[in-house]
Every structure is written in structure tokens, then in C-alpha cells.
Design a binder for this molecule. Structure first.
Ligand code: ATP
Ligand code: SKM
Length: 256
């Protein structure tokens, strides 16, 4: 992680044509931003001694614009937690690749799976990620299977990647009976376990792994993510800081 990774110039969104159907320019689907974030009164909390700033608010200047990508199994909380983190940060916009896909294609995810199969959906997903990743200051919640395509990692790794690691037994209680296409089987828990085993080596490539237990509600997970992000940045200072420390240790003038 180096802060200058964040400065990828935004580029025009192209009109996409994948998976066998015409798309609208997905730029119109990017309207899920946090409204006027500086009006967020939760950013300052009152304590005994006075006002205390939310540590989430301090992340933004430390990230220098780098995007945060949430990865993990379906139902792991990427959308709920991602949105909570973006709101608390104040100056980051929240985006959800599944929601953008549905808006850009004017189809629901089950409809895309039905019409194009999983492979068609993956193509669409990869192109949406390609369109989204040049933007800066975004918290981006991704689809559970986005990690399966190697090419997606080159986009994810332009930001910081956070894996919400949740046991299938916990997930199934949250999402049983929903219309997620990959769980339309006789034994959804078995399917979830098999998918997790297959994907675990990919999820492990995340910069930060947050173990989420059943007792943790969305706010507790968001707290943990924010805490871990500060520690990650502490442990991975930008390259210029290391260069400065090295130069000074060698007795060189840093700036004449
Ligand atoms: N920490 C939590 N505790 C309890 N319920 C949660 C928690 N996090 C998320 N949920 C609930 O689980 C369900 C799935 O959450 P969410 O949509 O955020 O997951 P997701 O990872 O974005 O899923 P998908 O990849 O399928 O879109 C929602 O009903 C949400 O309210
Ligand atoms: O885990 C998966 O492969 C998926 C998760 C969802 O977020 C959707 O992207 C879709 O249902 C596929």
C-alpha cells in the first residue's frame, strides 16, 4: 500500500456491451453516494471532557483518496458494513458493484444468471469493476465471487482490500430464503461451505481480514474495520516516508 496508488485519473465510462446484451452507460448508476457528508452529525461524539472526533473521520486524510474494497461471501455484510464505514468517514462515497450491475443492465442479478449464466454475470461484473476502479475516495462493496477472476485483482489492488470473514453457519441464518442464484439448491449451507473452501485462497489475498462473529452487529464490524485500517496504514507507511527516514538515518538532508 502506497498512498500515490490512489491517484488514478478518472476516465470516461465506456458504453459496454457484454454478456450478449446492450448496456447503458453505467455512470448513471453511480448515484448511491453519501449525501452531503459534512452534515453528518455523528462525526463528532460528545464525551465527558467534550467533543471527540470519530476515528473513521481521520481515515480519509490518511488514505489519500485510496478506495476501500470489501470482499467476502454473499451475506457477509459487505454492503451493510461498507455503507456504515463510508457514512462515518464522511468524505467517501459508497458504491456497490451488485447494485450498479442491476442498474446498468436494467436486470436483477437472478435475471442475469437466468439469461446469461454465471459466466455472463462474471463478464458484466469484471467490466463494472473496470469502470468503477479509476474513481477515488470510494468505499466499494463487491459481489461475493468477484475474487474468482484474476483480472479483477489488478483493479482491487489499486485500493485497500478488506475481507469480511464470516462462518457459513452465521451467514446462512442471515440469507436463507433469499433469491441469491448460487444458493438455489437443496442444501444451501453445503453449497456455501463448498464455495468458501474454493474461494478462501483468493479472499486471503486481502490486505485486511476481519473475523466477524455472530455477536458482532454491523456497527461492531464497522468499528473493527476502522481500527484495523488505522493499524494497517501505521504498519505500511507510504514509500516517501520510508525514503525520508532512511535519508535522515544516513545523515542526509531531506529537503535543502
Ligand atoms: N453484522 C451483522 N449482524 C447481523 N446481520 C447482518 C450483519 N451484517 C449484515 N447483516 C445482514 O445480513 C444480510 C446480508 O448483508 P449484506 O447485504 O450487507 O451482505 P453482502 O455481503 O453485501 O451480501 P451480497 O454479496 O450477497 O450482496 C442483510 O440482511 C444484513 O442486514
Ligand atoms: O458469491 C457470489 O458468487 C455472488 C454474490 C452476490 O454478491 C452476487 O454478486 C451474485 O449473487 C453472486
Amino acid at each position: 500500500f502506497t498512498t500515490h496508488r490512489a491517484f488514478v485519473a478518472p476516465r470516461p465510462i465506456i458504453v459496454l456491451n457484454a454478456g450478449g446484451f446492450e448496456w447503458e452507460d453505467p455512470v448513471n448508476a453511480f448515484d448511491q453516494g453519501v449525501d452531503n457528508p459534512y452534515k453528518n452529525t455523528d462525526l463528532m461524539t460528545s464525551t465527558d471532557g467534550g467533543l471527540k472526533i470519530d476515528p473513521a473521520r481521520l481515515l480519509s486524510p490518511r488514505l489519500n483518496g485510496a478506495n476501500l474494497y470489501f470482499i467476502g461471501m454473499m451475506g457477509s455484510g459487505k454492503t451493510s458494513v461498507g455503507e456504515a464505514v463510508a457514512r462515518r468517514m464522511g468524505s467517501y462515497t459508497f458504491l456497490d458493484t451488485d447494485a450498479i450491475i442491476e442498474k446498468a443492465t436494467k436486470m436483477t442479478i437472478p435475471e442475469i444468471f437466468e439469461a446469461e449464466g454465471e459466466e455472463g454475470f462474471r463478464q458484466v461484473e469484471a467490466q463494472i469493476l473496470d469502470s468503477v476502479h479509476p474513481y477515488v475516495r470510494c468505499v466499494i462493496s463487491t459481489g461475493g465471487g468477484i475474487v474468482t477472476r484474476m483480472e479483477n485483482w489488478s483493479k482491487l489492488q489499486t485500493g485497500l482490500v478488506i475481507w469480511l470473514d464470516v462462518e457459513p453457519e452465521v451467514i446462512i441464518k442471515r440469507i436463507q430464503g433469499t433469491d441469491r442464484p448460487l444458493l438455489q439448491t437443496e442444501d444451501p449451507l453445503k453449497k456455501l461451505k463448498a464455495l468458501l473452501e474454493e474461494r478462501k485462497p483468493k479472499y486471503k489475498n486481502a490486505d485486511i481480514r476481519v473475523k466477524v462473529t455472530e455477536e458482532m452487529d454491523t456497527a461492531a464490524v464497522a468499528d473493527q474495520v476502522i481500527y484495523d485500517l488505522h493499524h494497517f496504514i501505521d504498519d505500511n507507511p507510504p514509500a516517501w516516508k520510508l525514503a525520508k527516514a532512511k535519508a535522515q538515518a544516513e545523515g542526509l538532508d531531506w529537503v535543502q
